[in-house]
Design a protein around this ligand. Structure first.
Ligand SMILES: Cc1ncc(COP(=O)(O)O)c(C=O)c1O
Length: 463
């Protein structure tokens, strides 16, 4: 959930109902660069352009709804993370945020590694040429087939998530005549300030092995005894959409504490730690994310300081940003279908997609903003709720936002910051077809994931 979950600025209490919004912006036509992809602007006719292509051209060429990714922005963000961490650290892009073969190639070219958490993500990565040794394999319940495939293909590391998995991975590796590099994912007991479903380091949840009660230390003990695996480090991921670095500070402190205990008990200094992903992005103008270089500096300083205090060699650090790389680089382009003003409440604006292309609002109460992009307007702001075409009243894309009062069916509107966890969490609810992902770059648009067709749906229905 973004930090703007509660109304901040003044509101017209007489006319506007309770909601999650600040005052209407002074100018509805301005596209705040904080929430829109880097190359987004308006052309002389007031139409949104991205990568040199207008929203109307994109709608004509590719239809709506469509996810539109600014390739230059994606590459710039990937590069910024890479260079912020330098050569003494590794950046693993978290593929769960959004993965396609084009994205894998961009990452490879920009020097990033990749974190996958299913056989499907692994297959996508390998099929697009990501070297296996630059892949980390995650998941709290990897199947035997997934583990076998990961080891056979030579992934750089498998992140172990349970006591059973320590043994399972060791046995499979041994049976394949291999020694697999592994990390152990621990839960450090940090309450990340984010939505419950995306907080992952408190103890009462399904990921990782708790540090509390000596369980993580016991996991290390067992892992060090097994021939099929080589324990290279400890992993911690505290949650997602986090702005406050204090959670990472506590996590780093506790992970280094475990490294020290391991050194004291076993005489082994584990050479790596992974501090996960989870860095927040701006979904609305109220959010203030940190830049990669600030994050890199903060994390490196914390780990170095903690290691000096513990008299340990500083381990190689890795991080796994997903949302912070891809999230801001895309928007979803919709066509307005129906408009329903409800007196004294708000105006419901229905678009040609909905919870099937963006489940985050329903799932996490996520906040988004929205803009009219096929033209500008000088009409007064109207409080709108952007909803989809699904058979659920919770089918909300943007809960509360201002759109111009002259909005009409056929207008194009766009929701920014939908690059992460939108296409990757998309569904076929109501047999609605999943939208394409269109990459734009230097005046050209290219479909990187095509729109689903009714044939695709029916191909799976073999009854
Ligand atoms: C282990 C792990 N690493 C990285 C990420 C990526 O998080 P984000 O996209 O918020 O950076 C996740 C997200 O769930 C995760 O579980």
């Amino acid at each position: 959930m973004s930090r703007s979950a509660h109304p901040a600025g003044p509101r017209h209490a007489d006319v506007l109902p309770e909601g999650h919004y600040s005052a209407p912006p002074a100018d509805l036509n301005t596209l705040d660069p904080k929430v829109w992809a880097q190359t987004v602007t308006r052309d002389e006719d007031g139409v949104l352009t991205v990568g040199g292509i207008t929203a109307t051209q994109l709608a004509e060429q590719h239809g709506t709804p469509a996810y539109v990714v600014d390739e230059a922005d994606f590459r710039a963000r990937a590069r910024a993370w890479r260079s912020a961490f330098g050569t003494d650290a590794d950046v693993f892009y978290a593929g769960k945020a959004f993965l396609s073969r084009a994205v894998v190639r961009w990452l490879h070219e920009e020097g990033l590694n990749l974190d996958v958490c299913s056989g499907g993500e692994l297959a996508t990565a390998l099929s697009a040429g990501m070297p296996a040794d630059r892949i980390a394999f995650h998941g709290n319940n990897k199947s035997t087939e997934e583990i076998t495939r990961a080891i056979e293909s030579g992934v750089g590391r498998i992140v172990l998530d349970s006591f059973q998995e320590i043994v399972r991975v060791a046995h499979i590796a041994q049976s394949l005549g291999k020694r697999q590099r592994v990390q152990i994912r621990i839960t450090v007991g940090v309450e990340a300030h984010t939505h419950e479903f995306i907080a992952t380091a408190h103890e009462d949840q399904k990921f990782g092995i708790p540090l509390a009660g000596g369980q993580a230390a016991e996991a290390v003990r067992r892992a060090l005894k097994l021939d099929g695996i080589e324990l290279i480090g400890i992993h911690s991921h505290i949650g997602s959409q986090i702005f406050d670095m204090s959670g990472f500070e506590v996590a780093a402190h506790r992970v280094v504490g475990l490294l020290k205990d391991v050194r004291d008990e076993h005489g082994v200094e584990l050479p790596e730690i992974d501090l996960g992903g989870g860095l927040g992005i701006a979904y609305t103008s109220d959010d203030d994310p940190r830049e990669p270089h600030e994050i890199a500096k903060a994390l490196t300083e914390i780990v170095t300081r903690e290691c000096e205090a513990a008299k340990l060699r500083t381990p190689r650090i890795s991080v796994e940003p997903g949302r912070a790389i891809v999230g801001p680089t895309a928007f979803t382009l919709y066509e307005v279908g129906t408009i329903k003003p409800l007196d004294g409440l708000r105006t419901y604006v229905s678009v040609d997609g909905g919870m099937s292309d963006n489940i985050r609002t329903a799932l996490y109460d996520a906040e988004y903003t929205v803009a009219l992009v096929s033209r500008t307007s000088d009409a007064a702001p109207m409080l709108a709720r952007v909803v989809g075409k699904h058979c659920e009243s919770g089918d909300i894309v943007v809960k509360d936002a201002f759109l111009p009062a002259d909005l009409a069916p056929g207008d194009l509107i766009a929701v920014p910051a939908t690059g992460a966890y939108c296409r990757s969490m998309a569904s076929n609810y109501n047999h609605v077809l999943r939208p394409p992902v269109v990459a734009v770059h230097d005046g050209e648009s290219r479909v990187i994931v095509r729109r689903e067709t009714e044939e695709d749906l029916l191909r799976l229905d073999v009854g």
